[in-house]
Design a protein around this ligand. Sequence first.
Ligand code: P6P
Length: 338
Amino acid sequence: MKAPGFGMTVTEHLLREQRQNPAATGAFTLLLNELVMAAKLISREINKAGLVDIYGYTGAENVYGEQVRKLDEYSHQTLVRRMVHTGQLCAIASEEDADLITIPSQYPVGEYMFLMDPLDGSSNIDVNTSVGTIFSIHRRSNGPGPVTLDEVLKKGTEQVAAGYVIYGSSTMLVYTTGQGVNGFTLHPSLGEFLLSHEDLRIPARGKIYSVNEGNYQYWDEPVRRYVDHLKTPDPASGRPYTSRYIGTLVSDFHRNLMKGGIFMYPADHKDSKKPHGKLRLLFEASPMAYVIEKAGGAASDGRRRILDIEPESLHDRVPLYIGSPEDVAEAERFLRGE
Ligand code: P6P
């Protein structure tokens, strides 16, 4: 699988991991290989979005009442079509679908559950800004037989793999199966994801903060004090931090993973009296929290570790503070009023 002179492909990396894990049956390798194929198909469509009528709206709304864009739908369908026939899944859950997606009867059913945000940040498509796919893989606990929703509502600590694809200046796949985080860059002419970022580790503290400051007036006081603190000059602690906000979680997350820093989507009461988060626990926060912790970082809802949060429903939302561990810990101290 080594492309001559180009380094290790993701397929070889998967097979090497499989060889190193005596319990591995190859089911997992099959799953991720299909994900890789879907990522290549989605990347191809995104890279020509400006040339054909594939971005823009379908006219439908998703479970959050958000307009579904054609590339959202294309990404969702491409991932579902590739994953259902692997024979390794018993259920799929997508941010774009209100309910669990069961495996059509013509396909064998497996032990894994695949959760995804097919196209994160899709509102950025029309302005040619990077977007992503986020995925999370769980192993079912009480098979065989029809999957119940309870089986899917698992804490993040129970994931067996998680990761994302970022469709940016290059297309990268970043994932972990629990032992470290590795990044693979799609070689455009080869059509192969090649290992480009081995054993990614986030710096303990960064100098970048990512938050939509347009929501400042909707935050609780401790959040405002924390963000004001990051902007207050203190050369000894590297403040003021630089503000960087793309508006796509995958892209803001990936930059902070590479350089250090903190991404936040605080609870806000923009459209309700009770402050609440925007990001989805199962499809965004939990998989990204699994990746960041395996890269030495931290992820919290401001009080609780994201991976410890018990989901109550498929589309739960949470506030999110994620990135360098010292930055996340400092944010939590401010939110505790210390
Ligand atoms: P806002 C994209 O819609 C998304 O779910 C995340 O990818 C991103 O971090 C966030 O919402 C951006 O939200 O309210 O700042 O536009």
